[in-house]
Ligand binder design. Structure first.
Ligand code: PMP
Length: 424
């Protein structure tokens, strides 16, 4: 009997390896916003943000190949590419964020950021939201709610209620910023009482994993004030909203209008080449470098930097941030036009969208959202789900996504929503 790919994966990779879809897609090729499976079938990619400037963008491929053929070492030798890259990337940031550590994954970057907060404050207590994900290392996984840590959450971690646009904290959109800040103030008091003290808060400025709530600029102001007053450090995880995805600003924190002490980057940074990093002010970096020795064998290698540089080139040359604003606005219009009894809210900024599905009795339409994602896959459009109850459709396509692509996705989504029975 021939072994299926799923069986072979289980035999070689162990059980419980996450895949998308009941019938996972076997992708063999990508170009721009399109993917092809092993049967030659084409899919519109409305989900993947790692291939930020498009799958297999020739400029990035060429840069990686060229540098791979010339040299690939690490940061214990001098090479100028890393300096040129850090100079160019930090020039896109304000708030005195002028120095960087390059890593290979967003998880590592967040791990470093947590240690920066410890180094600056001499404390350990850390706050995140109660519906988030910041990575797969031991320290960052303790901030995730989907799989609580073995033995329970450690005393130095506090998870505060995450904001929502359909069920706002404090009962209204107006009350929500202060209610969010009040949750943080309570958590800080608990950390002080517990003995860990307060080192800072890690958050995604788009609250992407929380469900991408529609929040106005300034939302974070009361929370930032509470954190600063308590001497904490603001660690801003830009792994999802960064690099122009939100259309209006290159960075999510600038869209929200707050000044982080540390910014972490990942996913889109190398267009698929493992490249991530941490940007910090010199005083924060000095505290970290004084408290810890840090070396990352692969982080910031010349090929990674060549990939990162090519990504920045393409974003600029192809006007991808402006495209995110224009194509994103069109896509949101199209999503808002879809009429269906279970749609509670269509929301989005730039090329990042959520479509929240709720049953008539107010319960999350989790099963229905899952069925929609599956059907979309069968009709050749890849998207997925987020949210505490996984009832929010999530779309976050590569940045060369156009209005025409948005029309294809919205048309198929309209058909799928109309055809699927919606009883739960
Ligand atoms: N932060 C956020 C907000 C993420 O969504 C993720 C990955 N989904 C990470 C960090 C971790 O990044 P990586 O998988 O590159 O370690």
């Amino acid at each position: 009997m021939t072994e299926t790919l799923a069986e072979r994966r289980a035999r070689l990779m162990g059980p419980n390896v996450p895949t998308f879809y009941d019938d996972p897609v076997h992708i063999v090729r990508g170009e721009g916003v399109w993917l092809w499976d092993n049967h030659g079938r084409r899919y519109l990619d409305c989900y993947n943000n790692v291939p930020h400037v498009g799958h297999c963008h020739p400029k990035v491929v060429e840069a990686v190949c060229r540098q791979s053929a010339r040299l690939n070492t690490h940061t214990r030798y001098h090479h100028t590419l890393i300096l040129d890259y850090i100079e160019r990337l930090t020039a896109t940031m304000g708030h005195g964020l002028s120095q960087m550590i390059l890593t290979c994954t967003g998880s590592e970057a967040n791990d470093v950021a947590l240690r920066m907060a410890q180094a600056v404050t001499g404390k350990r207590g850390i706050i995140a939201t109660d519906n988030t994900y910041h990575g797969n290392t031991l320290a960052t996984s303790q901030l995730s709610t989907r799989r609580p840590p073995i033995g329970g959450y450690p005393g130095h971690v506090r998870l505060v209620p995450a904001p929502s646009s359909t069920d706002p904290l404090g009962g209204s959109a107006e009350a929500q910023p202060q209610a969010f800040a009040d949750g943080i103030a309570r958590a800080i008091a608990e950390l002080e009482a517990e003995g860990s003290g307060f080192s800072g808060m890690m958050l995604c400025p788009a609250f992407a994993n929380e469900g991408l709530p529609a929040l106005a600029s300034g939302f974070f102001d009361p929370a930032a004030e509470v954190i600063r007053r308590a001497g904490g450090v603001i660690l801003c995880d830009e792994v999802q909203p960064g690099f122009g995805r939100l259309g209006s600003h290159f960075w999510g924190h600038d869209r929200m209008g707050f000044a982080p002490d540390v910014v972490t980057l990942g996913k889109p940074m190398g267009n698929g080449y493992p490249l991530a990093g941490v940007a910090a002010r010199p005083d924060v970096m000095a505290a970290f470098r004084g408290a810890f020795g840090y070396f990352n064998t692969f982080g910031g290698n010349p090929v990674a930097c060549a990939a990162g540089m090519a990504v920045l080139d393409v974003i600029e040359e192809e006007g991808l941030m402006a495209n995110a604003a224009a194509a994103g606005a069109h896509a949101l219009d199209r999503l808002e036009e879809i009429s269906h009894p279970l749609i509670a809210e269509a929301r989005g900024t730039g090329l990042f969208f959520g479509l929240e599905l709720v049953l008539p009795d107010g319960a999350p339409a989790t099963r229905f959202a899952a069925a929609v994602a599956e059907q979309m896959r069968h009709r050749g459009v890849l998207l997925n789900r987020i949210g505490r109850e996984m009832n929010i459709l999530k779309m976050r396509p590569p940045m060369p996504f156009t209005a025409e692509h948005a029309d294809i996705a919205a048309n198929v989504l309209g058909e799928v929503l109309a055809e699927l029975p919606h009883d739960g």
